[in-house]
Design a protein around this ligand. Structure first.
Ligand code: HEC
Ligand code: HEC
Length: 337
């Protein structure tokens, strides 16, 4: 299985404001050891079942239950050493792609293995960098990316954008007052066009401030907080439901790799419960809400939020509704026949 590589633009906001030069290399060692401890904890919670405590093959309890490709050996210095910090970050924090027939277009060097989940919708960027640092330690390397510097840069960008916005706002108010004073003198209606340019510049500065703030928020806080999942419209004709369930079945395997963690029949991982009888046990509306944002229902669950949109979550929920395996009959002991 080939690897990937499409690098998300990380420096966009800092680039706009031009503050990259303000932040020195290196960083405070207290910050670094704190980061490393957090990274280790997060790795134990979200990665270890598949990749193992030391990143080695067949070390995680789920490793042998998975289909090929098996979770990568993160302790392999030769292979892992060829990845840049940013590349590892982008694997852990990517958008899931449908690798099935008629699915998404996937670039030659793009990593798109469905059974390696994304954590983009579950963890903050800062937390993901902590994990990347820990992954580095598994193959005897150090994180080179300056996480503290990046955070300072984002904070400085917000401050600069705030200054710029305040100034633009002051100029716009002044221009408006001037136009209104002039109109008063002449005894005519205010000409809104007279201060239009200043208003536009103020609007632009506000947009830049919002962008800078969002970049900082994404860096420091987990996504999905306060996201309101509306009730899904799951009532439809049986034929439509059957069709959607087919779509959901494909998404389950080829886009979200749910099979990496859940068993159906004899196939699949064992990080989460088996789903053979999900159609009896679980209500599709509940499943929909769970899939959209598991953390909103159970903040410390090991199941990541995989970024299912409304359509995908509906389809997968309807697929799970079709899973109605008979109850395993324990009184039989071994399989009969
Ligand atoms: C459900 C099992 C599973 C979980 C959980 C999981 N991974 Fe993976 N991981 C995989 C699989 C499968 C691959 C693909 C291996 C391949 O392509 O050969 C992979 C690949 C990788 C790679 C290599 C990517 C590349 O470019 O080849 C890295 C790095 C990685 N995982 C890190 C992590 C980290 C860090 C976590 C936790 C935040 C994590 N994984 C959680 C299954 C998992
Ligand atoms: C990295 C592993 C992982 C992946 C990937 C994953 N899950 Fe889960 N899932 C879990 C775990 C662990 C639980 C148990 C939740 C808990 O109590 O924390 C769970 C719980 C569930 C439940 C509730 C089951 C029950 O019996 O209560 C459903 C439904 C579910 N997952 C469906 C899915 C679907 C559909 C996908 C793919 C879109 C998926 N999961 C991907 C790990 C995973």
């Amino acid at each position: 299985m080939r690897a990937w590589r499409r690098i998300r633009v990380i420096g966009a906001v800092a680039g706009v404001v031009g503050l990259s030069g303000l932040v020195g290399a290196g960083g405070c060692s207290m910050f670094q050891s704190e980061q490393a401890a957090k990274g280790k904890k997060l790795y134990s919670h979200y990665c270890m079942h598949c990749h193992g405590e030391n990143g080695k093959q067949n070390e995680g309890f789920n490793w042998s239950s998975m289909t090929d490709p098996k979770p990568k050996d993160l302790s392999n210095k030769e292979e892992m050493g060829t990845f840049k910090d940013e590349e590892i970050f982008n694997t852990i924090s990517r958008d899931m792609k449908d690798t099935g027939p008629g699915g998404d277009k996937i670039g030659d060097d793009e990593f798109a293995v469905p059974t390696m989940p994304t954590f983009k919708h579950t963890l903050s960027e800062e937390e993901i960098w902590g994990i990347v640092g820990y992954v580095r330690s598994l193959h005897g390397r150090k994180l080179e990316f300056n996480v503290e510097g990046r955070k300072n840069e984002l904070q400085a960008a917000v401050q600069a954008a705030e200054q710029k916005f305040k100034e633009a706002d002051r100029v716009a108010q002044e221009a408006e007052k001037k136009a209104s004073d002039e109109a008063d003198k002449k005894g005519v209606e205010v000409d809104d066009n007279a201060y239009l340019k200043e208003m536009q510049l103020m609007g632009q500065a506000k947009k830049e401030l919002d962008q800078a703030t969002l970049a900082l928020v994404n860096f420091t806080t987990r996504p999905g907080k306060g996201v309101n999942i509306t009730r899904p419209a799951l009532t439809m004709k049986p034929e439509a439901a059957t069709k959607l369930a087919e779509v959901g079945k494909q998404l389950y395997m080829t886009k979200y790799g749910c099979n990496g963690c859940h068993k159906i029949g004899d196939e699949g991982g064992k990080v989460g419960p088996a789903l053979d009888r999900a159609g009896f046990r679980l209500n599709p509306t509940w499943v929909y809400r769970w899939l959209r944002n598991p953390q909103a229902m159970k903040s410390d669950t090991r199941m990541p939020s995989l970024g299912l949109n409304d359509a995908d979550a509906k389809a997968v929920a309807l697929y799970l509704k079709t899973l109605r395996a008979p109850k395993p009959d324990k009184s039989l002991g071994k399989a009969s026949d």
